[in-house]
Ligand binder design. Structure first.
Ligand SMILES: Nc1ncnc2c1ncn2[C@@H]1O[C@H](COP(=O)(O)OP(=O)(O)OP(=O)(O)O)[C@@H](O)[C@H]1O
Length: 249
């Protein structure tokens, strides 16, 4: 069954069509990679799924529910969490505090004058679970700004996991990483995927990571869907090779 169904979605900024008539369906438990050259519309597409932008046309259905008009914060409550291309953390707070804030905001704590102890405990459990899942538990008391870049990106993933999402959107999780860190985060994403709890959509420029992790790959080019298929099909697709993969495939 499809968890996410995007149908004929477009998004224009003035006269620029950043996403043009894109449709895709992501199955439960699948790891889908979205690739494409710079400016292909990948991040805009993420912003449409997470609700930061409303599509100009088209519909987005999550878990059988039409969420096209649902605002971003409610999509989080429905089970969609994302990370960003650029790290979005509070460097002066500890890892634990960053993940806790994320979980508390999602639980609506900041909007209420009083929150019961049981609910606080439940949210803390989510934070601890996210830190365990990402392997950051031992570093939870460290200031986030003092962590290596790779661990900061992992902390961001922990912040998303603390929302207990069913759909996890990862925007270039290996951006700015060296070989070792890229390997570590690839292993982490593979673990998250194999746990079976999450459906993952990943934007990624590193083709080794993409071909390693993805069940299926969607290729965007100048806002349009250029191709979709299993990694072997995409690697063998001549149109994709010409437009994007070049020597890599
Ligand atoms: N908020 C915005 N306002 C105006 N134009 C935008 C906005 N966001 C994106 N664009 C434009 O839409 C097009 C697609 O951008 P987008 O960031 O989605 O591409 P991308 O595939 O994620 O690129 P990259 O790989 O460089 O991150 C670009 O031409 C970009 O300049």
């Amino acid at each position: 069954m499809s968890v996410l169904e995007v149908t004929h979605v477009s998004k224009s900024f003035g006269s620029l069509a950043a996403v043009r008539d894109v449709s895709l369906a992501v199955e439960a438990g699948e790891l889908r990679a979205i690739i494409g050259p710079n400016g292909a519309g990948k991040t805009t597409f993420f912003n449409l799924i997470s609700g930061f932008f409303r599509p100009t046309t088209g519909t987005i259905v999550f878990d059988g529910q039409d969420i096209t008009a649902v605002p971003a914060y409610r999509r989080v409550a429905n089970g969609i969490a994302r990370t960003f291309q650029i790290t979005e953390i509070f460097p002066a707070l500890t890892v634990f505090e960053n993940v806790l804030i994320s979980a508390e905001v999602a639980a609506g704590f900041r909007l209420r004058p009083w929150v019961g102890r049981a609910e606080r405990t439940r949210v803390r459990e989510r934070v601890e679970e996210a830190l365990e899942l990402t392997g950051l538990a031992a570093k939870s008391g460290r200031l986030t700004g003092e962590l290596a870049h790779g661990d900061q990106r992992v902390a961001e993933i922990a912040m998303a996991l603390a929302l207990r999402p069913r759909l996890l959107l990862l925007d270039e999780p290996t951006a700015g990483m060296g070989g070792e860190e890229t390997y570590e985060i690839t292993q982490l994403i593979r673990r998250l995927r194999s746990g079976g709890k999450f459906t993952i959509v990943l934007i990624e420029h590193d083709m080794r990571v993409v071909f390693h992790l993805a069940d299926r790959i969607t290729v965007l080019d100048r806002g349009s869907l250029l191709a979709e298929g299993a990694p072997a099909e995409i690697a063998a697709n001549e149109v994709v090779q010409v437009a994007y993969l070049g020597d890599v495939a």
